[in-house]
Write a protein that binds this ligand. Structure first.
Ligand SMILES: [Zn+2]
Length: 494
């Protein structure tokens, strides 16, 4: 492989398979997909990893309730996740399951190394444990003595245990985060993590006595491995790591781990500590996005206000769903959605905005008989529309560099609005001396919009290019326009 070509390795968290795919999973994974596609289009070597986290007491219990084996439960839910990703057009390069044997084998080797180095030692562990989170909690994590996410009192667990010397790495991790060696974005999340690290880190138990559904500790096979410890290693095993710290996959270190805010802290503490313990380079960046609320309220089954990804796809189509989720809020912050707002945005931006523009210009192009109509690119570059296109590309790329996916979309929609104004200003539907060149410039702009949309809305982008019948080289574009069905049919206001 050509080592001069830049590489881009992006991950989503591996999703816990006790549940079906929800909006949060979809949001993270669509965002990762957009970033992966964008970097592929730039000609980089991209690896996009997603998958499922399958071990632990929670799965064991859920399976028991359903009268299934844990593996059966995992298999069933993995099938549903994969179907969901296929529907949403997710272009992952590997879907890792923590029950995959290549993962389990490498995990055992990693644990063996940490044990030999004295970074894993035998002791007794006592702590507050939330089964829902599969995590030990500190008093300060609790609200009224309960886990704020699960509204349950954590259990006090005391058991013979192997512990990981997390305490040894707190200061080193703090420094690396402070100096952006491990970049945490957005800035407020970095501050939160740094604040937490000030208090130092405590050693954590990495073994489970009661949980059978897990990877046996190689040096104490009657115990299983704490899910978090092994789950993190998926980021290495998923790109081919076999457990030797001297032989790292070519894609390591990850360029970005993308995730929602609930798991940012463990990613910024336990994971880098494990890597430091193994003497493996840290990932370059952790990017943390927010949550969606529904009309100001937390989404919850008990409130009955849950919006499922499948419902969105049914109503708005795949690309409609991708657009509406990514444009709903500033990427990295919380956002608020509702069926009403989504529908309004769909009609305004997709049915009217891009849908209407493409349909209008193609129709005029057909009227003018553009079956093989050439536009020399130098005819566009110096015009106001050409300048607008250049400025849009600049804003678009800058937005991507900063992971501001909503801003990238914003810049595209500004160009769409510019085209609408241009059509009115030049009255391009009327016969005139300028008409032909104006329409060609608009067709060219639409082709550029289609290119910008390729990472976000791959199907739509393809449909647009198809209607343009575009053939181009460095000097000219040739259009053979043909109107097809509308991109985003308008939804009635009910
Ligand atoms: Zn919990």
């Amino acid at each position: 492989m050509n080592s001069k070509v830049k590489k881009f390795y992006i991950t989503t968290p591996i999703y816990y398979v006790n549940d079906r795919m929800h909006l949060g999973h979809a949001y993270t994974t669509i965002a990762a997909d957009v970033l992966a596609r964008y970097h592929r289009l730039k000609g980089e070597r991209v690896f996009f990893l997603t998958g499922t986290d399958e071990h632990g007491g929670k799965i064991e219990k859920a399976a028991e309730k359903l009268g299934k084996s844990p593996k059966q439960l995992c298999d069933d839910n993995v099938r549903r996740f994969k179907k969901g990703w296929e529907k949403l057009n997710i272009s992952y390069d590997n879907f890792i399951r923590t029950t995959d044997s290549y993962h389990e084998e490498a995990v055992k080797k990693a644990l063996e190394i940490l044990h030999k180095k004295g970074l894993i030692y035998k002791g007794v562990y006592r702590g507050l444990y939330c089964l829902g989170c599969e995590q030990y909690k500190t008093e300060s994590d609790l609200v009224n003595g309960k886990c704020p996410d699960h509204k349950k009192k954590p259990e006090i667990i005391e058991e013979e245990s192997y512990l990981f010397r997390l305490s040894k790495f707190g200061e080193e991790i703090r420094k690396k985060i402070k100096q952006d060696e491990l970049l945490i974005r957005p800035e407020d999340k970095k501050k939160e993590v740094l604040e937490f690290l000030k208090g130092g880190l405590k050693d954590i138990s990495i073994s489970r006595k009661k949980v059978k559904w897990g990877i046996p500790l190689p040096f104490a096979p009657h115990l299983t491995t704490y899910v978090w410890i092994e789950a993190f290693l998926n980021y290495l095993t998923g790109v081919g790591w076999e457990g030797n710290p001297k032989k790292l996959p070519e894609f390591w270190p990850a360029d970005v781990h993308l995730m929602a805010k609930d798991i940012a802290r463990v990613h910024a503490t336990i994971w880098p500590a494990v890597l430091l313990g193994l003497e493996i380079a840290l990932p370059k960046q952790i990017f943390v996005h927010g949550y969606f609320t529904i009309e100001g309220q937390k989404m919850s089954k008990s409130l009955g206000n849950v919006i499922w990804p499948e419902e969105l796809i049914e109503k708005f189509g795949v690309d409609g769903t991708r657009y509406l989720l990514l444009s709903a809020c500033c990427f990295g912050k919380d956002g608020d959605i509702s069926w009403g707002k989504l529908k309004e945005k769909y009609n305004a931006d997709l049915a009217k905005g891009i849908g209407n523009l493409v349909s209008r210009v193609i129709t005029i192009g057909e009227t003018l008989g553009f079956k093989s109509e050439a536009l020399k690119l130098r005819q566009v570059h110096s015009t106001e529309i050409g300048k607008q296109i250049d400025a849009t590309w600049k804003n678009y790329e800058r937005a991507f560099d900063e992971f501001k996916l909503d801003k990238a979309l914003d810049s595209i929609w500004k160009l769409i609005a510019f085209c609408d104004q241009y059509i009115e200003k030049k009255r391009v539907w009327e016969e005139s001396k300028e008409q032909k060149i104006c329409v060609l410039c608009l067709l060219y702009t639409i082709s550029e919009i289609a290119k910008m949309l390729e990472s976000f809305l791959p199907e739509t982008s393809n449909k647009i290019l198809c209607q343009l019948g575009l053939k181009s080289d460095e000097k000219k574009c040739v259009f053979a326009v043909e109107k097809k069905e509308s991109l985003f049919p308008r939804l009635n206001s009910k």
